[in-house]
Design a binder for this molecule. Structure first.
Ligand code: 3PG
Ligand code: CO
Length: 555
């Protein structure tokens, strides 16, 4: 029968403190002026790379290596941390939604049946990120869902859009809204009353995460549910074009707006009897809005009016909280994660990041589950992030504070594993501010140094890696790698992640002599890291985990 007990590793000892450091958005790319990691002073990461070639390598962090539909899909933190923590590759939300839409099974599921009971009298509201980024949602999936819903009886549909510019180029929102508008016009031609009802930039409206700033979710609620926003337009393309005119405006941070009819009345507030679907498949930035729709006793902001609706997520976003209780597509069943195994084998674990990435080393790491496996053995520490700012104005973020907390946890001797996410390369990389991203990378490197120094002191082991690329490439490039220019001759800034591989390094005084990276797993990816870490704790990994990257040779 099944057992949580892990076998002893034949050669690697137990009892070493293992630091697992994840640099968010830290890929490996050719050195040039748009590679902020290359430009920044990063002596610690440089020394790992230049050190023992058997203790530094690259691993895949995008596409099928992390369960995404195609090799053109860049990596992201959800799938990256899922793979790091679970040690296996699961078909991820993007893929599962594709399959459900393709086969039509989505319309036979419990979630769709549940919402479709509102179609006779009520409106179907679709809320979500409007882009082809493939990180949180995809426009083609939205269009298919619109088509399928109307074919399955939805007569009145309202779409509440969130503009992107973070997983895709800034400014691309206009084209996505046009595509959606054209499709909605087609539906209207077929007699479906379908329109965009509200909108706003994803980082300012609705898509906050890890309870960093409830105001973001409130702005969305006000526009989507109450039909109230500081800006009113007759048409969404107009809205986005005009709001982008403001100085420093960007797709990510557009203010909320509602679409109103000729008399000034909002066209699509959410009212009793309506159905609501949040169309994002990715969990982190949907959990808060799901709580606002689903929880009776909700006190994070005044919802003013709480319509009696039927609400479903594209996926279930939190497996532990069962949130939301209705969903259109079943999420990947990420079970038996390494964190759960390790606590069952007595490993005392400390996990830490600042708010904006806190759930990455807890929630995502543990297979999209909130909470502890074992409160006695685990401690998760969240350093509060600055909220209400874009991180290019504070590129050091809380790297130093994270480094200190992790150092103290290592030196305390109370933990066998400390696991940390250092957010700077990613969070600042997403702003598209190259100078600030250089500062960010330096700060991240300094935090790594603090952690490695502490590991040195206690005779421990370190594993330093990343979840996906971002800061190593800040421009859009053509096929030969040359930066692309826009119509005005300016380089096109890349705010998104990349398809680059990421580094992984092992070392520290506790690393057994002869322990090194195997040379026979050239295609290794993030999912190989969990078994690696289990080995470094002195255990064999479960047999269905992706193979460990390390071996022990006689020296
Ligand atoms: C975000 O949610 O901030 C981006 O879409 C993806 O970034 P992450 O995968 O690094 O969190
Ligand atoms: Co990111």
């Amino acid at each position: 029968g099944f057992s949580w007990k892990l076998a002893d590793h034949p050669k690697l000892p137990k009892g070493k403190t293992v630091a697992v450091v994840v640099l968010d958005g830290w890929g490996e790319a050719k050195p040039d002026q748009y590679n902020c990691i290359h430009v920044a002073e990063t002596p610690t990461m440089d020394s790992l790379k230049k050190g023992d070639p058997d203790k530094w390598r690259l691993v895949k962090a995008h596409g099928s290596a992390v369960g995404l539909p195609t090799e053109d899909d860049m990596g992201n933190s959800e799938v990256g941390h899922n793979a790091l923590g679970a040690g296996r590759i699961f078909a991820q939300g993007a893929k599962l939604v594709d399959l459900a839409l393709e086969s039509g099974k989505i319309y036979d599921g419990e979630g769709f049946k549940y919402i479709s009971e509102c179609f006779e009298k009520g409106t179907l509201h679709l809320i979500g990120l409007l882009s082809d980024g493939g990180v949180h949602s995809r426009l083609d999936q939205l269009l298919l869902l619109l088509k399928g819903s109307s074919e399955h009886g939805a007569k009145r549909i309202r779409v509440h859009i969130l503009t992107d510019g973070r997983d895709v180029l800034d400014g691309s929102s206009v084209g996505f809204v046009e595509t959606l508008e054209n499709y909605l016009a087609e539906l209207r031609g077929k007699g479906v009353d379908a329109q965009i009802a509200s909108g706003g930039g994803r980082m300012y409206v609705t898509m906050d995460r890890y309870e960093n700033d409830w105001e973001v979710v409130k702005r969305g609620w006000d526009a989507q549910v109450l039909g109230e926003a500081p800006f009113k337009f007759r048409n969404a393309v107009e809205a986005v074009k005009q709001l982008r005119q403001a100085p420093k405006a960007s797709d990510q941070y557009l203010p909320p707006f509602v679409i109103a009819d000729e008399s000034g009345k909002p066209v699509g507030p959410i009212v009793d009897g309506d159905a609501v679907v949040t169309i994002n498949f990715r969990a982190d930035r949907m959990v808060m809005v799901a709580k606002a729709f689903e929880y009776k006793d909700f006190d994070k902001f005044d919802r003013v009016r709480v319509p009696k609706i039927r609400y479903a997520g594209m996926l279930q976003y939190d497996g532990e909280l069962k949130l939301p209780s209705h969903y259109l597509v079943s999420p990947p069943e990420i079970d038996r994660t390494s964190g759960e195994y390790l606590v069952h084998n007595g490993i005392r674990t400390f996990a830490c990041s600042e708010t904006v990435k806190f759930g990455h080393v807890t929630f995502f790491w543990n297979g999209n589950r909130s909470g502890y496996f074992n409160e006695e053995l685990e401690e998760y520490v969240e350093i509060p992030s600055d909220s209400g700012i874009t991180f290019n104005v504070q590129p050091k973020m809380k790297a130093l504070e994270i480094g200190e907390k992790v150092r103290d946890a290592i030196l305390s001797g109370k933990f066998d594993q400390v696991r940390v996410n250092i957010p700077n390369g990613d969070m600042v990389g997403h702003t598209g501010d190259i100078e600030a991203t250089v500062v960010a990378c330096k700060a991240a490197d300094e935090a790594v140094k603090m952690i490695l120094d502490a590991i040195e002191q206690v005779g421990g082991i370190y594993v330093v890696t990343a979840d996906h690329g971002n800061a190593e490439d800040m421009v859009k490039r053509n096929k030969t790698g040359q930066p692309l220019l826009d119509k005005g001759g300016k380089i096109q800034i890349l705010t998104s992640h990349t398809c680059q591989p990421v580094p992984i390094a092992i070392g520290g005084p506790g690393l057994a002599p002869g322990c090194r990276f195997r040379r026979d797993i050239p295609t290794g990816g993030l999912a190989n890291v969990a078994a690696t870490v289990m080995n470094l704790h002195g255990f064999e990994a479960p047999s269905d985990y992706e193979p460990s990257l390390v071996e022990v040779v006689d020296i």
